[in-house]
Design a protein around this ligand. Structure first.
Ligand SMILES: Cc1cc2nc3c(=O)[nH]c(=O)nc-3n(C[C@H](O)[C@H](O)[C@H](O)COP(=O)(O)O)c2cc1C
Length: 438
């Protein structure tokens, strides 16, 4: 029996910015503000047969009081706008889907519908949109934009359905395109008058209809409300879950149920599990990396403290590593969930901070499913096994840098191809067609 083919995506996890600042990859002489670096990376991903690249984003640098923690090592920003990087990546490729992250708080629906329609046409129907509802960024756009978690999802649904109404405001036959006669038939265009809770606008849209479908909608939210959003709206769901059979099946089941509840087919949503693999040449090398990760150097601990300080907007780098973490260090702006993600299962009253930080350095082997360090063969076994549980694909998580991309694709792609897991050719019709081709 041949293996079930899988969709592969790349998640540029630190956005369009100085991702990985200070690491040796930057000594290649690239300029992160220029498109060349990303263009070279996406050319490799296209040659490798990936379906799509998703570019993370957060429009905000975070709270003004702790901004230095965010920018000091460029963990939290700056980030340029990935929507505007997209045309450069389309220009460097022919088949790859490009998926910038967008936050509905930042764009009025009519502007968004028109910009996305333009990019969908310009790219040959290769645009996707990773729709996120991060509430921390909203204050940059307007006072009215600030909403709670579920309300931000409600606004996102209104935003997207308004955009879709605009995209569909040209009825069948409205675009005539007769070179000897009419270009369009205005009697077949709908005025659209949207008067909703968050938005009010009129149509129709000043852009022609699509020949190969609307831009692909991607969503990453894992809450009940987030899955509900995916069930109604998404073509691709990004999943973060443990990769044992029960967890994978359970996560997929919840998405499929959400799709059915919205009157859609489970197969309408491709689920991609996010994985950050460390692909090495031999099992011995993998074992060595895992063993070393149990005893992180001071340098590694310092980098982890810097990253956590940025994410939690609280300076952990000044604390004594050999004493338990004093929860008073966290301001009110830090959610309990974020602190729980830092502390995990440790007893915070007795565990030295060093032990908590060291747990973030710990790596595991692919072979015993304790982590993602392994050879290309071992990683391929994992992807193949996910396929046997009905899975659609995986999202490889890392910086969008040629050195990083090639370190993974050079080893992995030939083996995935040999085992029939990775596509050898693209479908006609852009990103949607590729996602639907198996
Ligand atoms: C793979 C993955 C990628 C994500 N990318 C982004 C992103 O680019 N920007 C962002 O603001 N949030 C991003 N998120 C976070 C989600 O948008 C969301 O805030 C988070 O999952 C919480 O949503 P929930 O409450 O529905 O679970 C990502 C989450 C995952 C799992």
């Amino acid at each position: 029996m041949s293996a079930r083919p899988q969709h592969l995506g790349w998640f540029a996890a630190r956005g369009f910015g100085p991702q990985g600042w200070g690491t040796s990859a930057w000594d290649w002489g690239y300029d992160w503000t220029r498109p060349d670096l990303y263009q070279e990376a996406v050319r490799s991903l296209e040659q490798a047969g990936f379906d799509l690249v998703i570019i993370e984003d957060a429009p905000s640098l975070g709270s003004p009081a702790t901004i230095d923690l965010r920018v000091r090592h460029a963990f939290g920003g700056p980030k340029h706008d990935p929507l505007l990087l997209a045309p450069y990546l389309f220009a460097a490729t022919s088949h790859l889907g490009i998926v910038p992250t967008v936050n509905p708080a930042a764009y009025l629906p009519y502007t968004a519908a028109r910009q996305f329609a333009s990019l969908q046409h310009l790219s040959g129907h290769r645009l996707g949109l990773n729709v996120v509802t991060d509430t921390g960024s909203a204050r940059h756009f307007s006072d009215a934009a600030q909403l709670g978690h579920d309300a931000a999802y409600n606004r996102a649904e209104e935003w997207l359905s308004g955009i879709r109404d605009l995209w569909r405001s040209w009825d069948e036959g409205a675009l005539v395109a007769d070179p000897d006669g009419r270009f369009a038939d205005g009697t077949k265009m709908r005025a659209i008058q949207h008067r909703g809770e968050h938005f009010a606008f009129d149509g129709p849209l000043n852009a022609v209809p699509f020949t190969d479908g609307e831009p692909v909608i991607v969503s990453p939210g894992g809450s009940g409300r987030g899955l509900g959003f995916a069930g109604h709206n998404s073509d691709v769901q990004l999943a973060l879950a443990p990769l044992d059979e029960a967890s994978v099946r359970e996560y997929r089941g919840r998405i499929h149920e959400a799709a059915r509840a919205a009157g859609r087919e489970p197969s309408d949503i491709k689920i991609l599990f996010a994985i950050q693999p460390v692909i090495v040449d031999s099992a011995e090398e993998a074992d060595r990396i895992v063993a070393a990760s149990l005893h992180p150097t001071e340098d590694v601990l310092r980098q982890i403290a810097q990253k956590q300080s940025s994410d939690l907007e609280t300076d952990l780098t000044q604390l004594d590593l050999d004493r338990p973490l004093d929860l008073a260090a966290f301001g009110e702006h830090v959610s309990e969930g974020s602190i729980r993600r830092l502390v995990k299962k440790h007893d915070v009253a007795t565990t030295p901070l060093r032990t908590i930080l060291a747990s973030f350095a710990r790596q595991g082997r692919i072979t015993d499913r304790s982590g993602f360090v392994g050879t290309a063969d071992e990683f391929t076994d994992l992807i193949e096994e996910l396929g046997t549980w009905g899975n659609d694909g995986v999202l490889l998580w890392g910086d969008l840098h040629p050195a990083n991309v090639r370190a993974i694709t050079d080893r992995l792609v030939p083996i995935l191809r040999r085992r029939g897991i990775l596509r050898r050719e693209y479908a006609d019709g852009g990103l949607r067609a590729n996602l639907q081709s198996f």
